[in-house]
Design a protein around this ligand. Structure first.
Ligand SMILES: NC(=O)c1ccc[n+]([C@@H]2O[C@H](COP(=O)([O-])OP(=O)(O)OC[C@H]3O[C@@H](n4cnc5c(N)ncnc54)[C@H](O)[C@@H]3O)[C@@H](O)[C@H]2O)c1
Length: 252
């Protein structure tokens, strides 16, 4: 139950590394039980669980593109955690496909995969999770992106997927309030993770850091802090919000 600030059951997608891993660590440090849903093989599960504070954490191996596998994966997570209180839709992919530079086959594949993971995958996990969340109320927090607002000229399917996820956030905030489920999003700018390692190397990295007047990009823990707040009991009234976490690099 979200009234409890500890001991909640939290499902985080894409939490084997990066921002998702920081989110998993943030909840675990607060005394919550975390299920990591990711493509990682079972052999990696023990190491991930061992890296989290507290106990009761689990890893569920699933591919968000495999819609048929998701109901069992989410049910497995909820079964092992003892229900669900919080879902964080964090998993995402980001692969360049500039419209004037890629062939039609690559273009189609990038749109299929990017929307498939970032938007449809999140929508499907959410459908599966709501069956559990509506039993006692809860929180859904989606990890979208600054790119949904600013545009992604080299990664247009990514920008569209995150704009779609923002829209899904707002629609479900309305649909699920009667079930005491609040739905919100964080929209980060650049964050230092494996996803962005190449981009953040000089010289492109220098230009990216200069986008913020702070002259840097975010650390994953800064995004996790925002997600943790939006999942808190005090954040029910933040339902429907999209929290910009971009170091004033893009103001809207
Ligand atoms: N890093 C950034 O600059 C940045 C900025 C804005 C938003 N985001 C968003 O934050 C989220 C996390 O990004 P990150 O930087 O930690 O990325 P990352 O690539 O480091 O980690 C992504 C995780 O998602 C998992 N994943 C990817 N596809 C999957 C699939 N089909 N099924 C299951 N799991 C899958 C990966 O295995 C990985 O563990 C993403 O949604 C991303 O779009 C990142």
């Amino acid at each position: 139950m979200v009234e409890n600030e500890t001991g909640r059951a939290v499902l985080v997608t894409g939490a084997a590394r990066g921002i998702g891993w920081a989110i998993a660590k943030r909840f675990a440090a607060a005394g919550d039980r975390v299920a990591i849903l990711d493509r990682v093989p079972a052999t990696a599960a023990a190491d991930l669980v061992a890296g989290l504070e507290g106990g009761g954490h689990v890893v569920v191996e699933a591919d968000l593109l495999d819609s048929e596998a998701l109901p069992a994966a989410v049910d497995s997570a909820a079964g092992q955690l003892g229900g669900l209180d919080v879902l964080v839709n964090n998993a995402g992919v980001f692969t360049a496909h500039p419209i004037t530079e890629v062939g039609y086959a690559v273009w189609q594949e990038q749109w299929r995969t990017t929307l498939g993971v970032n938007l449809i995958g999140a929508a499907n996990v959410t459908w599966c999770a709501v069956r559990h969340l509506k039993e006692r109320g809860g929180r859904i927090v989606n990890v979208t992106s600054r790119g949904a607002f600013r545009g992604e000229p080299d990664v247009p399917a990514y920008g569209a997927s995150k704009a779609g996820l923002n829209s899904l956030t707002q629609s479900l905030a309305l649909a699920l309030a009667p079930y005491r489920i609040s739905v919100s999003a964080v929209a980060p700018g650049f964050v230092a993770t494996d996803m962005t390692t190449e981009h953040l190397k000089p010289p492109s990295g220098d230009a990216i850091r200069a986008q913020s007047p702070f002259g840097r990009v975010a650390e994953p823990a800064e995004i996790a802090a925002g997600v943790f707040y939006l999942a808190s009991a005090q954040a029910e009234w933040a339902s429907g919000t999209i929290l910009d976490l971009n170091g004033a690099s893009y103001l809207r």
